[in-house]
Design a protein around this ligand. Structure first.
Ligand SMILES: Nc1ncnc2c1ncn2[C@@H]1O[C@H](COP(=O)(O)OP(=O)(O)OP(=O)(O)O)[C@@H](O)[C@H]1O
Ligand SMILES: [Mg+2]
Length: 153
């Protein structure tokens, strides 16, 4: 699925629709350059999940936890240098847990990412234009993908 977002608000509302479809245990991988809109998308997702906590970029903290009915583990792997650091932060536990895991910069450690996830790539195609490309990896995410396609058509 490919969508063009022409303003930050559109990326946010796409995130909100996606957030409404998420369930415990879901994993999202967000790919895109600096400033592509990954964190903004997470803000929309959090809104869709009904979270009231403020969503900020975990660039320096590596992970933020937002407590809700279902906790959200929001990762930014940009500053990690070695895969061993994933162990230090308990990455495997959090991505196989009771919550929803959202990972920015998963492409830093492709061999260490979960087997199944929804993959969302954001590409800057103009100052305020972003191409959002969604793909599913694994059965649960094919289902989620179909639901999302239905919502966005
Ligand atoms: N259509 C759009 N969708 C998303 N963001 C947009 C759009 N148009 C402009 N922007 C701007 O791009 C920036 C995206 O910033 P954001 O922090 O979400 O990026 P990021 O992908 O998380 O970057 P980083 O890798 O540094 O964490 C914001 O300042 C936002 O206002
Ligand atoms: Mg970010």
């Amino acid at each position: 699925m490919k969508i063009v977002s022409t303003a930050p608000e559109e990326t946010f509302s796409f995130g909100r629709r996606l957030g409404q479809l998420l369930r415990e245990g879901d994993v999202l991988c967000l790919i895109g350059d600096l400033g592509a809109g990954k964190t903004l998308l997470v803000q929309g997702i959090a809104d869709g999940l009904g979270l009231s906590e403020e969503v900020t970029s975990p660039t320096f903290t590596v992970m933020n936890v937002y407590e809700g009915t279902t906790p959200v583990y929001h990762f930014d792997l940009y500053r990690l240098e070695w895969p061993e650091q994933l162990e230090d932060i308990g990455f495997d536990e959090y991505t196989n847990a009771d919550g929803i895991a959202i990972i920015e910069w998963p492409d830093k450690f492709p061999d260490f990412m979960p087997d199944s996830y929804l993959r969302i790539e954001l590409t800057k195609i103009g100052d305020n234009d972003r191409l959002i490309t969604v793909a599913a990896q694994g059965a649960r995410y094919h289902l989620l993908y179909e639901e999302l396609t239905r919502d966005c058509s």
